[in-house]
Design a protein around this ligand. Structure first.
Ligand code: NAG
Ligand code: NAG
Ligand code: NAG
Length: 424
């Protein structure tokens, strides 16, 4: 119950209940504590189940251009978010048949079960509907409680992984606490299982705080745990560089550097002001990029923002890029990209493909931060006397941001940036 207010404030704020609460119920005692949601499915704008189903032909091939246009207008209806996201994140080629996708799905589920069994041999609690929040191994790498860890080993990979499980457990308890979904231990443990198995496989990154915030919506939207894992895997392929931690740097600093370069180009006045305040490295935007604005939006609005972003960033080659890096090279769009092919790209990605400027402009999230800064441009210029003030001004935006407007603004900034840095 920590962080939730008392009954009185709940009663006072009840009036704004929407139908969305049926999809992502908030614990009653937390209602006063979470930002209000702006997103509402709108008929004629939001991608509905009926429209979604009619975008597949008789073989099951998806008209992705049609779907992207719709998502751009009003997001995805909560009842189909999970299946749509699988495509947006590149789990499936939209031009595959239903039969092909079914085969891939069964193969991936089998693969996941094998990995899970591997992990269960070491830590039997995994997959049991329960999870642990206590340390599993001591500093010497030996199991603390032999009933929890079934093997004795000094294998570095195993010991490091066991150490991560403790941190994952602590973070799972704190993830989206206000949602009724996580009141049940079995549902928390689904998040724990997915993150733990991911950490077992990604030896480079393992687990870093913030990955729980990216994974949680997928756990809620995608019922089958293996399917959910593969979706998270795809999401991480886009974002994992941000989570790369070394003794001296965080991966996300690369994106912050790009942000600095963009701001310097599109709004030199604001950039120089921030530099004067010693904020030229944009560290205050760290969290926005790491967890993709999860703290700035309500749960439902984050989902809306993410599907808008992923729709705009959509690239039909994305799935081959990951499944088969060599194949992606040969399939990559060449100079002669015609209009029909371009319709299969999201709006943001389309500009990159047209201009061939892949390096600096790879993530819409960076331009989104720029758009957020622009909405606060005046206040930062006149009121901020230090970085703390900037943080405070940006903290005030919670619940006042409109996902669709912010994305539109981000696209404008992208265009401005591309114009200004164009080779003559
Ligand atoms: C989809 O696949 C079919 C069969 O392989 C192919 O003929 C068609 O050109 C593909 N369409 C697109 C848009 O790639
Ligand atoms: C727990 O997860 C299951 C399966 O996804 C879901 O049907 C159920 O509603 C969840 N529990 C709560 C309290 O939301
Ligand atoms: C970018 O350049 C194009 C063509 O020169 C122009 O039409 C457009 O208005 C410019 N956009 C911005 C945001 O500066």
């Amino acid at each position: 119950m920590i962080g939730c207010f008392g009954l009185l404030s709940v009663l006072m704020k009840r009036s704004g209940t929407t139908e969305l609460n049926d999809f992502y119920p908030i614990r009653p005692e937390c209602k006063a504590d979470v930002p209000t949601t702006r997103f509402k499915p709108r008929s004629g704008k939001t991608l509905s189940a009926r429209r979604w189903n009619s975008a597949f032909n008789e073989e099951g091939r998806l008209d992705i251009a049609k779907v992207l246009r719709r998502i751009q207008r009003g997001g995805v209806h909560p009842s189909i978010k999970g299946e749509v996201w699988e495509f947006l994140l590149g789990c499936y080629d939209p031009n595959s048949t239903s039969e092909e996708r079914n085969e891939i799905k069964q193969r991936r589920r089998g693969q996941y079960d094998m990995w899970k069994a591997e992990c269960q041999k070491i830590v039997p609690v995994l997959g049991s509907g329960k999870f642990v929040t206590t340390p599993l191994v001591g500093d010497d790498g030996q199991p603390i409680d032999p009933s929890l860890v079934k093997i004795k080993t000094s294998d570095k990979k195993v010991v490091q992984w066991l150490q991560l499980l403790h941190q994952i457990g602590l973070d799972v308890v704190r993830t989206d606490r206000a949602l009724a979904f996580y009141e049940i231990e079995a549902n928390q443990s689904k998040l724990w299982d997915v993150l733990s198995i991911y950490a077992w496989l990604d030896n480079d990154i393992g687990y870093v705080q913030g990955m729980n915030d990216i994974c949680s919506p997928l756990v809620i939207l995608i019922e089958n745990e293996a399917d959910c894992f593969w979706c998270f895997d795809r999401a991480m392929r886009r974002m994992r560089e941000n989570f790369r931690v070394t003794a001296t740097s965080m991966g996300v600093q690369t994106q912050l550097g790009t942000l600095s370069q963009i701001m310097k180009t599109v709004d030199p006045k604001l950039h120089h002001h921030l530099e004067d305040l010693d904020g030229g490295e944009y560290l205050f935007a760290f969290r926005m990029l790491m967890v993709l604005f999860r703290r700035e939006f309500s749960f439902a609005d984050t989902l809306y923002l993410w599907e808008l972003m992923w729709g705009m960033e959509y690239n039909p080659n994305i799935f081959t890029k990951y499944e088969d890096p060599e194949g992606a090279k040969t399939k990559a769009p060449t100079t002669a990209v015609n209009n029909k092919v371009l319709q299969q790209y999201g709006k943001f990605e389309r500009k990159i493909v047209k201009t061939g400027r892949t390096e600096e402009c790879s993530a819409l999230a960076i331009f989104l931060v720029a758009s957020v800064l622009e909405t606060k441009n005046k206040r930062i210029l006149t009121e901020a006397k230090g970085v703390d003030d900037v943080v405070k001004i940006l903290g005030d935006i919670t619940s006042s941001l409109d996902a669709k407007k912010a994305c539109k603004e981000a696209l404008k900034i992208q265009e401005k940036y591309l114009n200004k840095t164009k080779n003559p």
